[in-house]
Design a protein around this ligand. Structure first.
Ligand code: PBG
Ligand code: ZN
Length: 330
C-alpha cells in the first residue's frame, strides 16, 4: 500500500545525498569543463598595444601583437578556441573592408595560426563593424537588402577560410546566409571549414557594451527587421531548422541567460551541438555588481555558466572564459 506523504517521513531524505562534498560530487548532474568554452576577442586595426573596454573590465581591443599574447594565454589555460571580431580603420557603405585579404580579421587569423598552434580559430562573419551605417547588411533605400548582403557575407567567410579560420560564424541574421556561405566555401575548396550559425539571435539590449567596444551601433533605426523578436520561441526553432537544412554544423542561441528556455527546448528538439553566447551585457552586469561588492563574482559566474550548460548548451561563448578556466584549475 502507498504511504501517505506524512508516512514517508524518515524514509525518503534527499539531504542524505548532500551530506559531504564527496557524495555531492557523486550525484552532481552537470559539470562545467574548460572544454566547453570559447573566448571572444576584439582585434583593432592600427592599434598599438591594448585598450580596455570601459564597460567590460578585463576585456580589451588588441593589436595584432597583443592578440598573439592573449591567444597564447588562452591556449595555456586549456581553452579550446577563440572567436575573433575585427575593428577596421576604414568603414564604407558596403563593408568592403570585411573581405580584404589584408583585412584586420584575416591578418588576425594568420597571426594566431602562425604563432599559437592547436587553438581553434573561429571568426564572426558580419558587416556591422565594417559598414558606415552600422547595419549587418547592405542598405538600399533605407532598407537592408537580404540577397545582396548574403553574397557579401559569403565572400567574407571565404576570405576568413583563406586566412586559415577553422570555423566561420555568420551573425547577420540574413535569410539563407548559411546556404550561401556553405556553397561559397565548398566551391572554393573549403569543405572542412565548419559553420557555427548564430541561428536564434534576438534583437537584444544586452549587446550594448559590445557595440561600444566594436563601434558598431546602427546610425539609424535598429536591428529588429533582421534579428529576432525576444517574444518568439517557435520562430527560433524555425530559424534553427532552416540553418540546419542549409548546412550549419553548430547552431547558436544568443543571448544566453534571458533565453535559457530556448536553449533547453532546442536541446531536446535538435541532435546537433548547440552554442550559447553569454553576451557583453550579461558580462557587464556581473562585473558592475561585483565591483560594487554586491555579489561574489566567482560564485555568481560559476552558477551562471552551470545554468547555461544545464539548460543544454554544449558550447559557451563567454568573456569570462579565462577567469572560468582559471577557477576550474584551482
Ligand atoms: C555582430 C555581433 C554582435 C554581437 C556578436 N556579433 C552585435 C550586434 O548584433 O549588434 C554581440 C555580442 C555581445 O554582445 O557580446 N552582428
Ligand atoms: Zn552584425
Amino acid at each position: 500500500m502507498l504511504k501517505t506523504i506524512a508516512g514517508t517521513r524518515g524514509l525518503v531524505r534527499p539531504r542524505r545525498l548532500r551530506r559531504t562534498a564527496q557524495i555531492r560530487g557523486l550525484v552532481r548532474e552537470t559539470e562545467l569543463s574548460v572544454n566547453d568554452l570559447i573566448y571572444p576577442i576584439f582585434v583593432k586595426e592600427g592599434l598599438v598595444g591594448r585598450e580596455e573596454i570601459p564597460s567590460m573590465p578585463r576585456v580589451y581591443r588588441l593589436s595584432l601583437d597583443e592578440l598573439v599574447v592573449e591567444a597564447s594565454m588562452v591556449k595555456e589555460l586549456g581553452i579550446p578556441g577563440i572567436l575573433l571580431f575585427g575593428i577596421p580603420q576604414v568603414k564604407d557603405e558596403l563593408g568592403s573592408y570585411a573581405y580584404r585579404p589584408d583585412g584586420i580579421v584575416q591578418k588576425a587569423v594568420k597571426a594566431v595560426k602562425e604563432n599559437v598552434g592547436g587553438l581553434l580559430v573561429m571568426t564572426d562573419v558580419c558587416l556591422c563593424q565594417y559598414t558606415s551605417h552600422g547595419h549587418c547588411g547592405v542598405v538600399r533605400e533605407g532598407r537592408i537588402d537580404n540577397d545582396e548582403s548574403v553574397e557579401i557575407l559569403a565572400r567574407i567567410a571565404i576570405s576568413h577560410a583563406e586566412a586559415g579560420a577553422d570555423v566561420v560564424a555568420p551573425s547577420a541574421m540574413m535569410d539563407h546566409q548559411v546556404l550561401a556561405i556553405r556553397e561559397g566555401l565548398d566551391k572554393a575548396g573549403f569543405t572542412d571549414v565548419a559553420i557555427m550559425s548564430y541561428s536564434a539571435k534576438f534583437a537584444s539590449a544586452l549587446y550594448g557594451p559590445f557595440r561600444e567596444a566594436a563601434y558598431s551601433s546602427p546610425s539609424f533605426g535598429d536591428r529588429s527587421s533582421y534579428q529576432m523578436d525576444p517574444s518568439n520561441i517557435r520562430e527560433a526553432f524555425r530559424e534553427i531548422e532552416l540553418d540546419l537544412r542549409e548546412g550549419a554544423d553548430i547552431v547558436m542561441v544568443k543571448p544566453a541567460l534571458a533565453y535559457l528556455d530556448i536553449i533547453a527546448r532546442a536541446r531536446s528538439k535538435f541532435n546537433v551541438p548547440i552554442a550559447a553566447y553569454n553576451v557583453s551585457g550579461e558580462y557587464s552586469m556581473i562585473k558592475a555588481a561585483a565591483e560594487k561588492g554586491w555579489i561574489d563574482e566567482k560564485r555568481v559566474v560559476m552558477e551562471v555558466m552551470t545554468s547555461i550548460k544545464r539548460a543544454g548548451a554544449d558550447i559557451i561563448i563567454t568573456y569570462f572564459a579565462p577567469q572560468v578556466a582559471g577557477w576550474l584549475k584551482a
